[in-house]
Design a protein around this ligand. Structure first.
Ligand code: CTP
Length: 409
């Protein structure tokens, strides 16, 4: 039995929230309701108190106790239903002056948000930006349904059926519970970021990898109880500082430095996740001083490149191979093309899995959502994870845990 907090904000769809509460209770969970003042105009205190047999939390100022964060502390799951455009903005901005936003802010439980509003408000750039922010932080925002709206118009913005909201939320609770401690006792090495191959002291050949996906995997693995080592190539310090305490970070610059750090750290690991974008080539020679233009000519210099070692293939085929090796492949092209590239890479690299990541305008590098297919060594799809980098990371870590559990110890 889990403790679920249902947060109700002030929209006309609030009348469906009691059904979400009932569904959670029917699944055997203990439910508390936190309501904004505005929501009480739609569903009153006596309804909530009747359904939950306990007071509804509305006032932040308690009776001198730390009760304002009490719900956040006991919550195993928070469901905000309905979430108005206004409350999405408040959640995204981190407000804490009503019981719903305060509880979300103060809790580390998974959060499911079910927005309901007029189509124009849902589609407004401000709302979409707030939804994006929340999703990037790992909040599960359920897309509203289309149909008749409270205003009499019709379009996207309707609250999905409350039974469906409860189902999605309880599924999330299940997978969250499964992931807790799923990697306890394991050591996971994650490479992340993009290597920089020096041309001279100020110039390099680099790539656009932010390192966010790798760090999300490292965080998810740490949350699942693993001891985690990150080999970080050129990742912003702020992102590294946000890693859970205990995650060990080694900073590297180039592919050769990454290889050296990895060889050092992978020998006693249970799993390697190679998310780093490693340059395939490096300048044959690095100039010790800054290269200057020759003013007497329009000619451009030629930089000769040499191949970098394929670190993933080397580890996967070497004596120090951890029991689980996961590679990444960022590809562009049609679905068919990227699946073929991925299958080829899975076979060539000797990894147990390749995470096939489509990159392009709408998914991939930077802070945009991912769509990752997990290909096994023979190129078959073993899983698919779509969503924020945190959601993708949680899916992958779950898969890694069951793979390791299924190996003979
Ligand atoms: N990789 C590596 N060492 C390299 C290049 C890549 O370890 N020198 C790893 C990456 O970290 C990633 C996987 O190999 O996990 C696939 O990287 P990718 O660049 O897509 O593969 P390549 O073999 O370089 O293929 P492509 O020709 O598509 O660049």
């Amino acid at each position: 039995m889990a403790t679920i907090v249902v947060g109700v904000t002030g929209g006309v769809a609030a009348f469906k929230a009691p059904i979400v509460v009932r569904e959670c209770q029917r699944a055997g969970h203990d439910v508390y309701v936190a309501a904004t003042r505005a929501s009480l105009d739609f569903v009153g205190r006596s309804t909530w108190e009747g359904i939950t047999s306990r007071p509804v939390a509305v006032d932040i100022a308690g009776e001198g106790r730390a009760e304002h964060v009490e719900l956040a502390r006991v919550a195993d799951l928070i469901i905000v239903v309905p979430a108005t455009a206004h409350s999405l903005a408040r959640l995204a901005a981190g407000f804490a002056d009503d019981m719903v936003s305060l509880t979300v802010l103060a809790s580390d439980a998974p959060v499911v948000v079910a927005p309901a509003m007029h189509s124009n408000m849902w589609l407004a750039p401000a709302t979409q930006a707030n939804v994006k922010t929340l999703r990037e932080r790992g909040v599960h925002v359920i897309d509203p349904a289309s149909g008749a709206l409270g205003s009499g118009d019709s379009g996207v913005g309707r609250l999905p059926e409350p039974e469906e909201i409860a189902r999605v939320a309880l599924e999330l609770l299940d997978s969250h519970n499964q992931s807790l401690q799923a990697l306890a006792g394991r050591t996971v090495v994650v490479t992340a970021g993009g290597t920089r191959e020096p041309i001279d002291p100020v110039r390099f050949l680099g790539n656009q990898s932010s390192g966010r996906q790798g760090l999300a995997i490292a965080s998810a693995a740490a949350r699942a109880g693993a001891s985690v080592r990150v080999i970080a190539a050129n990742i912003e310090s702020a992102l590294l500082e946000a890693l859970p305490t205990g995650v060990q970070v080694t900073r590297v610059g180039s592919a050769l430095q990454m290889r050296e750090a990895l060889i050092d750290q992978v020998a006693d690991a249970d799993a390697l996740v190679m998310t780093a974008a490693v340059a395939d080539f490096r300048p044959e020679a690095t100039s010790e001083s800054k290269m200057k233009k020759d003013p007497s000519t329009e000619d451009a210099p030629t930089i000769r490149l040499v191949r970098n070692p394929d670190i993933l293939a080397e580890v996967a085929h070497g004596d120090q191979r951890p029991p689980l090796v996961v590679g990444f492949a960022a590809e562009t092209g049609t679905d068919e093309e990227i699946l073929a590239y991925g299958a080829d890479k899975a076979a060539r690299k000797g990894a147990d899995f390749i995470c096939l990541n489509r990159v392009g305008e709408s998914v991939g590098f930077g802070d945009v959502p991912n769509d990752i297919r997990l290909l096994d060594a023979s190129g078959h799809i073993a899983g698919r994870y779509v969503g924020s980098k945190d959601e993708v990371a949680a899916g992958l870590v779950g898969h890694m845990a069951s793979f390791l559990d299924n190996l003979k110890r």
